[in-house]
Design a protein around this ligand. Structure first.
Ligand code: ADP
Ligand code: MG
Length: 268
């Protein structure tokens, strides 16, 4: 399990995270939703150890995240940041291979694993393409493939993937594909934590949902239980209506049309 306790972060005197508690169980998909600036990416960076200037505790599989070596950390968690900058004309295959950098598996095992994951994300045909010539959405799929490649081999210990808005540049079909893949990763004892802006997809796929606002988790729990009109309106300061799919009973929201004048009057 990834367990974060009492996480507090201040930057230049401003509270970015305020006593945040969160856990990610292996084999489950946890989503974080919240408005821009809520502290979601900051939290993800702390969980992945990209950021170390915070107070509180983060443990991965009962060991403090600060105790892991770089290689150990690579084996236990993979991270998709909100923005990935690639400067050089690597091929798609080379980018995906970077996910395997720390592993001493045989060349044959590596090749098979890379082929399997690239097939799953549907990027096999781009293997020799120059990454820089891909569209933004295509690049996002390649980066996600790299992340999955890092943790895809079956291991005796739980692994985790931390995804910061993994579908932000993808069309609706690709979004569905990626979330289905995330569920497939869960079947391999991988715990997934993803920051997701599309609430309807979050509730459709995630087992647990955390709503963040102003650096705090204001609601968290089983997705369908916390997906309520009052919680969503409080989180986003936006009027919404919650309905239920008659076939699956899964809830979904439709935001009320907002005009600039009503936007100013909404305060929850
Ligand atoms: P989210 O991902 O929820 O949109 P972030 O975690 O990126 O939000 O940022 C939370 C808040 O912290 C924002 O107000 C942002 O401007 C601020 N912040 C984050 N990193 C820094 C930084 N390095 N310097 C100054 N402010 C920062
Ligand atoms: Mg962010």
């Amino acid at each position: 399990m990834i367990e974060a306790r009492n996480i507090e972060l201040s930057i230049n005197g401003k509270t970015v995270l305020n006593k945040v508690n969160l856990s990610v169980q292996p084999g489950t998909f946890t989503a974080i939703a919240g408005p821009n600036g809520a502290g979601k990416s900051s939290l993800l960076k702390i969980l992945s150890r990209e950021s170390t200037r915070y107070t509180g505790q983060v443990q991965i599989n009962d060991i403090s995240v600060s105790s892991y070596s770089v290689a150990q950390l690579s084996a236990v968690r993979a991270v998709l940041p909100q923005h990935t900058h690639v400067q050089f004309p690597f091929s798609v295959k080379q980018i995906v291979e970077m996910g395997r950098h720390h592993f001493k598996t045989t060349t044959k095992q590596n090749k098979e694993l890379l082929e399997e994951v690239m097939e799953l994300t549907g990027i096999t045909d781009w293997a020799n393409r120059n990454y820089l010539t891909l569209s933004g959405g295509e690049q996002q799929r390649v980066q996600l493939t790299r992340v999955l490649a890092q943790v895809w081999d079956l291991k005796t210990f739980p692994r985790y993937v931390l995804l910061d808005e993994p579908t932000s540049s993808l069309d609706i079909a690709q979004q569905q594909l990626i979330f289905s893949l995330v569920k497939k990763a869960c079947e391999r004892n991988i715990g997934v934590l993803a920051i997701v802006h599309d609430l309807n997809q979050a509730v459709q796929f995630a087992d647990h949902l955390h709503f963040m606002r102003n650096g705090s988790v204001i609601a968290q729990g089983e997705s369908r239980k916390v997906f309520t009109k009052p919680i969503i309106e409080e989180t986003f300061c936006c009027r919404v209506n919650v309905y239920h799919d008659p076939c699956t009973n899964c809830p979904y929201i439709v935001p009320e049309r907002t005009t600039l004048s009503t936007l100013k009057t909404i305060s929850v």
